[in-house]
Design a protein around this ligand. Structure first.
Ligand code: HXC
Length: 508
């Protein structure tokens, strides 16, 4: 018996060494942590319970039967993150470059299957050379098994992908299906085909970093939600992100006790809107003022900056915030901002997270670039997402709410539960000048000017919408936090279901 215990200890030690000290040093030299070191940062202290340490690949080609590393390039198990259970996998680049074999895929699938049974989130730490080249189609099959589970888990449990090294080829599609992608600057990249293939096919010369680095995906493509400078920061921020989320769609998001009084008056909001309606202001000031303790976890801050999305708590309740940003493109909706916000609204709706929408939108961005690239379908995504959402929806119109964009941004007509406006709100079909130029086409400049003023006086206020009940109240800016807090409290018991169907057909 004593020998078996000794053997067990030795086997575990062997598994922990994985690809060996030299390869671990190489990992450190690149500024990266090893798979197990990453888990230590991500998980609560001593909470990680490892599975499948002794799993080995079954390949016999290319001499692989003599080259076995226990664990087979991925460390899996369960842990606690801020006291709540999470299942994790962490690819181990020191073992076959973290490449995915059949056995490696089975370990990840076991995590996903268990997460579905238990109703708890999955965090995947990705650092992999892709399909295990020696295994060929068995590896491709393994990927597809993972993808299938990612899809079935989507909307049922939160799934977070942290990209901490290479993620190339079809391998990028598992992270793409998950809810959030976080990357590490200068050491992670994601692309469907690498720089060499790009060069051969399109004759473009591009580095891996330019093609699929963190900056590319957080600024240009919008594929990733956030990027951080190093492994430790990205893992700490992953812990923070999880704090806003429920364990599964069967639960409410966690409630966080706050010392920030719900009736805290915010006089800075009374002067937030500039005198001149064409001047911008920073919508983030409104957001950080109304949330608990200024704590706003923004997602995609560098992509489609004309819309802001992110998580916060208000009066202790976890909320998703969507807000037009007048400082960028005057806050209008375009293709990228519609897609960005639509996916976020759908995430919140999947996971019972109330949505607060702050509106200052002059309309959809005009132009051939938008029309040719399908603003009609992309704008419809956001409309669809809001209309479909059954979670509590609280809307605040701070200034402009024009045209179709008024409808889209969680209006009363799309089942907004509590719709407020500030006295500075302007709700109309279109801006005064444009409207008058159409109605009074051919009139003199003087007449146009007079009619513009009249249109402005009549519609550039919240009263017409309020008189129809499209707004529940017009509130003073300094009371906004209290009003929203009370609305969240009220809406706790909201119950609303959509007609039963297999699934809708969102305009993709
Ligand atoms: C087996 C692999 C591997 C792979 C890397 N290794 N990728 N082993 N299968 N896919 C091994 C290397 O042999 C090496 O082993 C160790 O991992 C580290 O690799 P290096 O090349 O020394 O590291 P580095 O210079 O940092 O380069 C990393 C890399 C490069 C950029 C990822 O290794 C690389 O280009 N790998 C191949 C990537 C690839 O083409 N994958 C298949 C993509 S197709 P030793 O023993 O020397 O330490 C795909 C399809 C998926 O994934 C489709 C899903 C639907």
């Amino acid at each position: 018996m004593r020998d078996i215990v000794k053997e067990l200890k030795q086997k575990k030690e062997r598994a922990r060494i994985s690809g060996g000290l030299k390869r671990q040093e190489a990992q450190h030299a690149k500024g990266k942590l090893t798979a197990r070191e990453r888990i230590e940062v991500l998980a609560d202290k001593d909470s990680f319970v490892e599975y499948d340490m002794f799993v080995e690949h079954r390949s016999t080609d290319f001499g692989m039967e003599k080259n076995k590393i226990p664990g087979d390039g991925v460390v899996t198990g369960n842990c606690k993150i801020n006291g709540r259970p999470v299942l994790i996998y962490s690819q181990d680049f020191t073992a076959y470059g973290g490449s995915l074999s059949e056995a490696h895929a089975e370990k990840i699938c076991k995590i996903l299957d268990q997460a579905m049974k238990l109703g708890i989130p999955v965090v995947g730490l990705n650092d992999s050379g892709g399909a295990r080249i020696q295994e060929g189609v068995a590896s491709l099959g393994g990927y597809a098994e993972v993808f299938q589970r990612n899809v079935l888990a989507s909307g049922f449990i939160p799934q977070i992908s942290v990209i901490m090294g290479p993620s190339a080829g079809g391998a990028v599609y598992s992270p793409a299906i998950t809810d959030f992608i976080l990357m590490v600057r200068d050491s992670s990249y994601m692309f469907v085909t690498g720089p060499d293939v790009v060069k051969t096919v399109t004759h473009e010369t591009v580095t891996a970093e330019e093609l699929g680095g963190a900056t590319t995906h957080t600024k240009k493509s919008g594929v990733a939600d956030l990027a951080f400078d190093d492994d430790i920061t990205v893992l700490e921020q992953t812990r923070r992100l999880l704090d806003f989320l429920p364990l599964s769609n069967k639960e409410k998001p966690p409630f966080r006790i706050t010392k920030d009084p719900i009736n805290r008056k915010s006089v800075n909001l009374d002067t937030l809107i500039p005198e001149n309606a064409n001047n911008p202001y920073n919508m983030k000031e409104l957001i950080t003022t109304i949330v608990d303790e200024d704590d706003f976890f923004e997602l995609q801050p560098d992509y489609a900056q004309n819309i802001i999305i992110g998580f916060a708590t208000v009066a202790g309740y976890s909320v998703g915030i969507v807000a037009n940003q007048p400082m960028v493109l005057a806050g209008c909706l375009d293709i990228d901002s519609s897609r960005k916000a639509a996916r976020f609204v759908r995430f919140c709706d999947c996971f019972n997270i109330p949505i607060i929408t702050c509106v200052d939108v002059p309309g959809f961005l005009p132009g051939t670039a938008q029309e040719y690239n399908g603003i009609i379908k992309h704008g419809a995504k956001l409309l669809y997402a809001y209309a479909e959402a059954t979670v509590p929806k609280i809307t605040l119109i701070t200034r402009k709410a024009y045209g179709g964009a008024y409808d889209v941004m969680a209006s009363k007509h799309l089942r907004g539960d509590i719709n407020y406006a500030w006295p500075s709100a302007e709700i109309a079909v279109m801006g005064a000048k444009g409207a008058v130029e159409i109605i009074f086409r051919g009139s003199t400049d003087k007449e146009i000017e007079k009619q513009t003023q009249e249109y402005q006086d009549k519609f550039a206020n919240p009263f017409v919408a309020a008189s129809r009940g499209y707004l529940d109240d017009i509130i003073t800016p300094h009371n906004t936090r209290e009003k929203i807090s009370l609305a969240l409290e009220l809406l706790k018991s909201k119950k609303l279901t959509n007609p039963k169907k297999k699934h809708g057909n969102i305009p993709l």
